[in-house]
Design a protein around this ligand. Structure first.
Ligand code: GTP
Ligand code: MG
Length: 418
């Protein structure tokens, strides 16, 4: 319910091709190779930005491509590298691989970045391949393809403040007064069944407040609505403990306070140790118990705000206090999980027999075919050695290939000869 989701495709730029060129100058015979390298393709990079709060921007735009690298040129001129594409996402965005659902990054801190698709590297120009015994290399490498990836962005709206307390003490009423949220409010227990979130604006800033169902004694054993929903406020930084100080339901506010805290500590140590501010509500009904309650709570070191949610009294002070207190509580940091994806190491390929042709495919094959100059003997022999090293020849033989059969590798076809 509090999760914003967007599915997008990111495509990194392709690397530029290396260039085959030889130095030419008047009166200089047989100049050396001077083909420059291709530029690297740009990457698609996600960056956490706290000025964004939703994934609305991704509703209409679904595809994001970074620039390709430029091809190398003669005179050892390298191609320009493609520009990276930076996509700004709200802080707290979780990045998943759409196909597998695996979490690949958690951009929880301002400025966190994640390379969602790495640009293809540029190919080397022929100048790089010159050696004492190979003075006129007639080949260059083509750039590698930039990665394409389907990713899902997920934003958990994380509440800064959680409203806790017994049922019917006025938690939802408070949220409705301080934010634009419109939770159900009624004079019976368990009006709120699922948590509600509201954004509270304070000056130029804001904070997210969560209103959750009421807690009662025995919640840890499943009484009332149990306490499963408490996980919604585990990441909050501050709790506002709302108490009905008018005693309108015949309970004692100090006892209420203790019961809720004992339920919290049974649920999780994290929650039990969170800072609490107390909102003594319904002061418009009666203030008979207020003094004793406040004295006891202050003795225990808590800050108490006497309020009336129904009359809108004391809420500004309470919210300002929460806002200022939040500034002193650091935002918890969650580890960024990055999956190191070195596509250069991906040497997988497939062999299929269709319509009388053996078709070999895979990124590694694509890159190999594209970096081979089939008119050059040296380049061709490198191509053959690589096919052998990758195990392509073995696989073809396993698939039953015979002398003279046709093999297709992307746009090249050749006859199989041992
Ligand atoms: N007189 C008075 N009534 C209030 C005040 N705050 C809330 N109420 C009333 O108390 C009742 C319960 O309010 P809710 O805001 O629904 O209480 P809740 O804590 O969210 O209750 P649950 O969702 O059931 O846990 C409603 O009838 C409110 O109108 C207050 O300051 N004064
Ligand atoms: Mg409620």
């Amino acid at each position: 319910m509090f999760v914003d989701i967007a599915q997008i495709t990111v495509k990194a730029g392709n690397g530029g091709n290396g260039c085959v060129s030889f130095h030419r100058e008047k009166y200089v015979a047989a100049g050396g190779p001077d083909g420059g390298d291709g530029g690297d393709g740009g990457s698609v990079i996600l960056c956490a930005d706290s000025s964004l709060s939703t994934l609305m921007d991704f509703r209409y735009r679904k595809k994001f491509c970074a620039q390709n690298g430029a091809d190398g040129r003669g005179g050892k001129m390298s191609g320009k590298r493609g520009e990276d594409l930076i996509i700004r996402v709200p802080k707290g965005t979780l990045v998943k691989d759409t196909a597998t659902g695996a979490i690949i990054a958690d951009l929880s801190k301002e400025g966190d970045t994640f390379v969602a698709a790495k640009g293809g590297s540029g190919g080397w120009g022929n100048a790089r391949f010159a050696t004492p015994t190979r003075q006129a290399p007639n080949f260059a490498k083509s750039g590698r393809m930039g990665k394409t990836r389907e990713i899902t962005l997920e934003l958990k709206l994380i509440a800064d403040v959680g409203l806790i307390g017994f049922p019917n003490v006025g938690k939802s009423t408070i949220l409705s007064v301080v934010s634009h949220a419109r939770p159900k409010i009624a004079d019976y227990h368990f009006t709120t069944l699922v948590p509600n979130l509201g954004v509270v604006r304070i000056g130029d800033g804001s904070m997210v407040v969560a209103d959750i169902p009421g807690i009662i004694e025995g919640a840890h054993k499943g009484a009332g609505l149990g306490h499963e929903f408490l996980r919604h406020i585990e990441r909050t930084r501050l709790l506002v403990h709302v108490v009905d100080v008018s005693g309108s339901e015949g309970r004692n506010p100090i006892e209420d306070f203790d019961i809720i805290n004992s339920e919290l500590s049974r649920y999780s140590a994290v929650l039990a140790e969170k800072n609490q501010v107390i909102a003594a509500n319904k002061t418009d009904v009666s203030t008979e118990l207020l003094a004793e309650f406040t004295e006891e709570m202050e003795k225990r070191g808590f800050k108490v705000f006497a309020i009336s949610a129904a009359a809108g009294k004391g809420l500004n002070e309470l919210m300002n206090y929460c806002y200022n207190t939040l500034k002193t509580i650091p935002v918890p940091e969650f580890d960024v999980v990055e999956i190191d994806e070195d596509d250069a190491k991906d040497e997988s390929f497939t062999v299929e027999f269709t319509d009388g042709v053996y078709v070999v495919s895979g990124d590694v094959i694509y890159n190999l075919v594209n970096s081979t100059n089939f008119d050059d003997n040296e380049s061709l022999s490198y191509f053959q050695r690589t096919l052998r090293r990758l195990g392509v020849i073995d696989e073809l033989e396993k698939a039953g290939i015979a002398e003279g059969d046709t093999v297709r590798l992307f746009d090249v076809e050749f006859e199989y000869n041992k």
